[in-house]
Design a binder for this molecule. Structure first.
Ligand SMILES: Cc1cc2nc3c(=O)[nH]c(=O)nc-3n(C[C@H](O)[C@H](O)[C@H](O)COP(=O)(O)O)c2cc1C
Length: 143
């Protein structure tokens, strides 16, 4: 079956904390396993960056549901493309809280992708660069 990769970035709602992220992850792991969807959700200080991989029908329905979630808004779709194989397959949904990662790793990401005026790592609009950012985070946080 043809697989697709979808990447989007969104703004975190103001009231979200670490326990909300855990709730989102638990639910996602349960649902995505049923849908044959894998991926990773990165929580930055003000943004969610998520990659989802799986069959088109499942991805479309899931992304439509995620868009309606009030725990974030202003979602921007960065990539939706057919893929030969999954690259984010370790988890049905792996959660990464970037603020909990080692400062050397964050500095590495800032050197490579740049820094916003408020000190956050730049999330590139370019589909290849945003994939590369996610893949750096994925390989660094792999068990
Ligand atoms: C940033 C973000 C990412 C999410 N990612 C997923 C996901 O990958 N899979 C999923 O099932 N729900 C995800 N959700 C939660 C959904 O929006 C929704 O609350 C959940 O799927 C409802 O599950 P239910 O239909 O089983 O009650 C995400 C929510 C947010 C805010």
């Amino acid at each position: 079956m043809q697989l697709y990769r979808l990447i989007y970035v969104s703004d975190v709602a103001s009231y979200i904390d670490w326990s909300d992220l855990k709730d989102i992850l638990l639910k996602s792991q349960e649902n995505n396993a049923q849908l044959d969807v894998t991926g990773m959700l990165v929580m930055m200080s003000r943004k969610f960056l998520q990659v989802l991989e799986g069959p088109a029908e499942a991805l479309n329905a899931l992304y439509a549901k995620i868009l309606r979630d009030s725990r974030h808004d202003h979602s921007r779709l960065l990539t939706y493309m057919p893929i030969a194989e999954r690259h984010f397959s370790q988890w049905s949904m792996q959660g990464v809280n970037l603020s909990m990662m080692k400062s050397e790793f964050k500095e590495f990401l800032i050197r490579k992708y740049g820094q916003t005026p408020d000190g956050e790592i730049v999330v590139p609009d370019d589909p290849f660069l945003v994939y590369s950012l996610l893949y750096d985070i994925y390989t660094n946080s792999k068990a």
